[in-house]
Design a protein around this ligand. Structure first.
Ligand SMILES: [Zn+2]
Length: 130
């Protein structure tokens, strides 16, 4: 899916930008890492010089991760409690650890996906015509 706007700017593929973001790569070229450190997005791409400081991912990645992790962990906990797979304290501690591990594992990819989506939709300064 691509977005065609009224200006003469080239089309940007939303799906490719999301895939590049999920791989934590630049949404424009997909060649180099999007971030420096754990979740800090670089000011610009080292490969294609795409300006990346315009992103405004803000709190959306944590909200999405809470939504995803909540559904996974609650499902596991409900199955565990229904069939008495483990003691309740083991279930609570294990569920908490699983939630933290999944959240940390998803953080970079989800943030990259949001930055890629903003880039593809020309949001927050990614639109050169403004
Ligand atoms: Zn790039």
């Amino acid at each position: 899916m691509t977005i065609r706007d009224k200006t003469d700017q080239p089309e940007r593929s939303i799906s490719q930008a999301i895939i590049n973001g999920l791989r934590c790569n630049c949404p424009n070229c997909g060649e180099t890492s999007l971030s420096q450190g754990f979740t800090t997005v670089k000011d610009s791409c080292d490969n294609c010089s795409q300006e990346l400081s315009h992103h405004r991912a803000d709190d959306l990645p944590p909200y999405l991760i809470i939504f995803i992790v909540g559904h996974i962990v609650l499902s596991v906990l409900m199955v565990s409690m229904k069939y008495n797979l483990f003691e309740i304290c083991i279930t609570a501690i294990g569920g908490s650890l699983i939630a933290v591990i999944i959240a940390l594992a998803l953080m970079r990819s989800v943030k990259g996906m949001i930055v890629g989506l903003q880039w593809a939709l020309r949001m927050h300064g990614f639109d050169k015509s403004l």
